[in-house]
Design a protein around this ligand. Structure first.
Ligand code: ZN
Length: 257
């Protein structure tokens, strides 16, 4: 059985040095990586992410404005974002509201999220949601503006109730590798019963967990996948393949392509 690893939320462009980026991608691919969902944070990322995706189809491009940078979004950036989202094979995000980020006005964050939802809807693009302590607002904005689009919740570690709500909305759960390398994790009881056709695994590299080398990233992701599979009482290879197929369904709507 062919099983390829997938990282459903990463910011490869933020490794910064082109040489390190090339080495990182090469090493990961040699170790069985098939695909990265490479997410933008600011408008400055968009041309870099586009160029990376054109060079290597494994770097699936996501164009959006992260809530921490909501104040960077002006009319010109929305015009540009519209052009980026019209590209075939491009997706939307990361975007969403973050209540922990107090220095960025919350109503501005919701506004910028809404405008991105409307653009995702215009081009029928699945999107990546960043939500911190704002599930009520996130769920209500998605339901109002883009109820029929596939979406994934980045770094999901919410409650049973939120998980159920997202499941009913057709959302995917992108869970951070760091959840599986913690000792005692109350999220384990939620992860155990997430629907198996909606699970994705991510790192948010180079953020959240600070890994210094590609080898360390590869080792940690391998370990994370193994522990995640054991939490699901699933054979590791079957789990890895299932997660990859979920990524294909997220991007293409079917696992056949
Ligand atoms: Zn991120």
């Amino acid at each position: 059985m062919e099983c390829l690893f997938q990282d459903s939320h990463i910011h490869i462009q933020d490794i910064k040095s082109l040489e390190s980026i090339t080495r990182f991608i090469q090493d990961a691919k040699t170790s069985g990586w098939g695909r990265f969902f490479n997410c933008a944070i600011t408008p400055a990322d968009w041309p870099i992410i586009k160029a990376m995706a054109e060079k290597d189809a494994a770097l699936v491009p996501f164009f959006g404005i992260h809530p921490w940078f909501s104040d960077l979004a002006d009319e010109k950036s929305f015009q540009q974002l519209e052009a980026y989202l019209s590209i075939p094979g491009a997706f939307a995000g990361e975007m969403g509201p973050d209540k922990a980020r107090k220095n960025i006005d919350f109503s501005l964050q919701k506004d910028i999220f809404t405008r991105q939802l409307l653009l995702a809807k215009k081009f029928k693009k699945p999107f990546t949601v960043h939500c911190v302590r704002a599930w009520e607002e996130t769920i209500s904005l998605i339901k109002s503006h883009a109820p029929d689009l596939r979406f994934l919740t980045h770094s999901f570690n919410g409650s049973h109730e939120i998980a159920q709500e997202i499941q009913l909305m057709g959302g995917f759960f992108s869970v951070s590798i760091k959840e599986f390398i913690r000792d005692e994790n109350p999220f384990k009881s939620v992860f155990k019963i997430l629907p198996s056709n909606r699970i994705l695994l991510e790192t948010d590299f180079p953020y959240q967990v600070k890994w210094t080398t590609p080898q360390e990233y590869i080792k940690t992701v391998h370990k994370g996948y193994e522990i995640a599979a054991s939490w699901r009482d699933c054979d590791t290879d079957t789990f890895i393949k299932g997660v990859y197929d979920n990524g294909t369904i997220f991007t293409h709507g079917t696992s056949d392509r």
